[in-house]
Design a protein around this ligand. Structure first.
Ligand SMILES: [Zn+2]
Length: 253
């Protein structure tokens, strides 16, 4: 058993016994971990404070190799991200990101993934309200990329040819990227034209600065992609998130 201190984000908590909780953290040096926190329920005292969902801080825990559940010594919250709880769309997007990570990640440390998680949660908390639907979609794509599943957007996933700048393509869900006009097959996924591909590149990179048109269509695409490649069951939080996005009317850009 080793005493480990690591930056960590709290993703979910469950009651455990009369006075304890099981906390699921994504920790920079440990990956996804379950931590038993004894005596923290109903007190709100020194140990219980700061244990809100999406809080970032330094977790110190007694870690046993090859165990699912470790024991918390302390969690020193550095940023409790209360802003995420004050807006239902911000909260739903953050919950979907957390559920994706909880549903997919194996217990291994991926510091790049941790850093993306921090950046994504900050962007959801701080983002301009007009850009929030776009940020919600972007957050999911950024996590997909950080998990190592970035879709191919420039070269056809079937023939390898680079798509022309004004060429209509199609998103091939199973193959994990776009296919060109010559390889087109309506059965494999939705059409993605040049503008949609450019928007997708910005969403994946987390650099979108203008609201995307059709945010619901964009959410459906990333949800279908996640369902094909990353999780076995649909993410429950997606149902809440999609209802909060504006209905697609094409009035964005
Ligand atoms: Zn092709």
């Amino acid at each position: 058993m080793a005493l480990v201190s690591t930056p960590a984000v709290l993703l979910r908590t469950y009651p455990y016994g009369d006075s304890s909780r099981v906390l699921r953290f994504y920790a920079r040096d440990l990956g996804l971990v379950g931590i038993l926190a004894r005596g923290v329920r109903g007190k709100g005292g020194k140990q219980g404070s700061g244990l809100g969902t999406f809080a970032s801080g330094v977790l110190t825990a007694y870690v046993r190799p090859h165990r699912d559940l470790h024991t918390m010594k302390e969690f020193h919250a550095v940023d409790v991200r209360t802003g995420l709880g004050s807006d239902v769309l911000r909260f739903a997007a953050a919950s979907t990101v957390a559920e994706l990570l909880l549903g997919h990640t194996e217990q291994e440390a991926q510091p790049g993934l941790y850093d993306t998680l921090e950046a994504v949660l900050d962007s959801l908390r701080d983002g301009d309200p007009a850009l929030l639907p776009t940020l919600a979609v972007s957050s999911l794509w950024r996590m997909v990329v950080a998990l190592g599943y970035a879709p191919s957007l420039r070269e056809c996933v079937r023939c390898g040819r680079v798509l022309g700048g004004d060429e209509m393509g199609r998103f091939h869900l199973a193959a994990g990227g776009v296919c060109c006009a010559e390889c087109d097959d309506p059965a494999v996924g939705p059409r993605v034209g040049p503008t949609a591909r450019r928007h997708l590149e910005d969403l994946l990179a987390g650099v979108s600065v203008i609201p995307v048109a059709y945010p619901r269509r964009h959410l459906a695409l990333v949800a279908d992609f996640v369902g094909h490649h990353l999780v076995h069951r649909p993410l429950k939080s997606l149902g809440m998130l999609v209802d909060l996005l504006p209905v697609d009317d094409g009035s964005g850009t």
